[in-house]
Design a protein around this ligand. Structure first.
Ligand SMILES: O=C(CO)[C@H](O)[C@H](O)COP(=O)(O)O
Ligand SMILES: [Co+2]
Length: 218
């Protein structure tokens, strides 16, 4: 079983509420929310008011992917806006273990994301503390990019670490360039949650697209 986390970065913002209700109705497992600050990544997306405004439209978990510098500064605000899972980048904080512990102390789930160029070996010590590891399979900042093939090896490395530390429940999430053409091998490599933006929202055919992703994993 693989969970599907649609990235609303690829939703139609002129009818965002409707798109959120659709992904819920058509079987998404969580809502992936990409926050970008124009510094950690070369793009700006959206912030607290947008997240707050969609919070009461669904009971799905809000999986907030922070592509911002020093995200610890804003953890309280993201929780207040409705985040259930907060994922920060290894590369975005100098004192990453302190940042992880701070998020955990607030009672939400904590995820750690790695850019494509960051090796998995760097986070081994942190695995016991994590609820989620996010392998970026594109350089973060934009939807609709091509999946980087060596991400599959990184997923296998994370899976091996999860086994080593008896973290059966840990989410192993993959983000970027996921579609019907590769979801099966991503799942077989060890990912149990896939983020999909363009593959879910393409042509506004949310029901058909989610169904195609589910079929492609079987
Ligand atoms: O974090 C992200 C970009 O930095 C997005 O979650 C990701 O790109 C999803 O888009 P797609 O599935 O179209 O690649
Ligand atoms: Co993302």
């Amino acid at each position: 079983m693989v969970k599907i986390a649609p990235s609303i970065l690829s939703a139609d913002f002129s009818k965002l509420g409707e798109d959120i209700r659709s992904i819920d109705k058509y079987g998404a497992d969580m809502v992936h929310i990409d926050v970008m600050d124009g510094k950690f990544v070369p793009n700006i997306s959206f912030g607290f008011p947008i997240i707050k405004s969609i919070r009461n439209l669904t009971d799905l978990e809000f999986d907030v992917h922070l592509m911002i510098e020093e995200p610890t500064r804003f953890v309280d605000e993201f929780i207040d806006a409705g985040a259930d899972i907060i994922t920060i980048h290894y590369e975005s904080e100098v004192h990453i273990d302190r940042a992880i512990n701070y998020i955990k102390s607030k009672g939400v789930k904590v995820g750690l994301s790695l850019n494509p160029g960051t090796p998995v070996s760097l986070i081994e010590n942190l695995i016991p503390a994590l609820d989620l590891v996010l392998i970026m399979s594109v350089n973060p900042g934009f939807g609709g990019q091509k999946f980087i093939p060596y991400s599959l090896d990184k997923i296998k490395e994370v899976k091996a670490l999860a086994e080593k530390y008896n973290k059966d429940e840990m989410m192993i999430q993959v983000d970027g360039g996921v579609g019907t053409q590769n979801i099966k091998e991503i799942n077989e490599a060890g990912a149990n949650v896939v983020v999909a933006g363009s593959a879910v929202f393409r042509n506004g055919e949310i029901e058909k697209n989610i169904e195609a992703l589910r079929k492609a994993v079987i």
